[in-house]
Design a binder for this molecule. Structure first.
Ligand code: PBG
Length: 331
């Protein structure tokens, strides 16, 4: 009988669980997760968000509990977003500069509850504060003004840093905002406050539920295509990232997540900087609806999609599944 067998059998190392564990190239741990949380007014209140099944807005007091829960689960960092009361929203989003706004109160409550045991990342952009739902100041024609917006974003960043934010995360996509924010932080002695820039943020259809969560969806007129990136572009993402690194970003983010893993990989290979991705609200909702419809096992879908971010080169991922995933990983 002539020996006829494959030169190698890749199935050999897959044949048992111990061997698969030994050969696994990428791992997901709770330390890879950043948990986005929505803050609302009131006390003792939890408001479920209809378009984000399983996700709620929490009042400041309950936010402190979420922070302790996250810390116990080994999640290193929270990302905060406020649902500003309608009467505090204005054309110029000036509530972003109020030292007692919802965001600042949430930061302080988390600090009080957790000390420096957990990182607090804060979103810098005006959309939760403007009456028109855009991320910046608009002119009479509705165009979002770049340099005037950067000025207020600098004030917003200093306000958050003074309240105790660890990571300033500008999601507004204005040009030049990273250098302006970095300079202001240095000038105010916040030398160790990091900047994670939403460097490659696309004008995406996947942000819908988030806009419900922060209460901007009903207000938003038009779209965000004059500042967020065109989904057809990838070279431009590299230019965005290069500029933000040159301007002083400590880490960069790609957003949305799963549909843009090619961008994550290219950024990682080109720049070798810490890269994060945001598995955004629409992606979260897709998984939840698929699981609810019986199209897949929820836990397996959650862990597989999050692991994909690690494989693509991410240092970590912002995900609404963070607490659930951390529980699965710890079990
Ligand atoms: C806005 C902001 C958005 C998200 C994070 N920051 C929405 C937008 O740009 O309209 C989306 C996050 C998500 O969909 O989960 N500055």
């Amino acid at each position: 009988m002539s020996a006829s067998y494959p030169a190698t059998r890749l199935r050999r190392t897959r044949a048992s669980a111990w061997s698969r564990a030994l050969h696994r190239e990428n791992l997901l741990t709770p330390a890879d997760l950043i948990w986005p949380l929505f803050v609302t007014e009131g006390s003792g209140s939890e408001e479920p968000i209809g378009s984000l099944p399983g996700v709620s807005r929490w009042s400041v007091d309950l936010m402190a509990q979420r922070a302790k829960e996250a810390m116990a689960l080994g999640i290193p960092c929270l990302a905060l977003f406020p649902n500003t009361q309608a009467e505090r929203r204005s054309d110029d989003g000036r509530e972003a500069l109020n030292p007692d706004n919802l965001m600042c109160r949430a930061i302080r409550a988390i600090r009080d509850a957790c000390g420096d045991g957990i990182g607090v990342l804060t979103d810098v952009a005006l959309d939760p504060y403007t009456s028109h739902g855009q991320d910046g100041l608009v002119d009479a024609a509705g165009y979002v003004l770049n340099d005037a917006t950067v000025e207020i974003l600098v004030g917003q960043s200093l306000n958050q840093a003074a309240a105790g934010a660890d990571v300033i995360a500008p999601s507004d996509m204005m040009d030049g905002r990273i250098s302006a924010i970095r300079a202001a932080l240095e000038g105010a002695d916040h030398v160790n406050v990091q900047i994670m820039s939403y460097a490659a943020k696309y004008a995406s259809a996947f942000y819908g539920p988030f806009r419900d969560a922060v209460g901007s969806s009903g207000l938003l007129k038009g779209d965000k295509k004059t500042y967020q990136m065109d989904p057809g572009n990838s070279e431009e993402a590299l230019r965005e990232v290069a500029m933000d690194i040159a301007e002083g970003a400590d880490s960069v983010m790609v957003k949305p997540g799963l549909p843009y893993l090619d961008i994550v990989r290219r950024v990682k290979e080109r720049f070798e900087v810490p890269v994060f991705a945001y598995q955004v609200s629409g992606e979260y909702a897709m998984i939840e609806h698929a699981a609810a419809a019986g199209a897949g096992d929820r836990d397996a879908l959650v862990l597989e999609t999050l692991l994909a971010f690690k494989r693509a080169g991410c240092s970590g991922v912002l995900t609404y599944h963070a607490a659930h995933a951390a529980r699965l990983l710890g079990a």
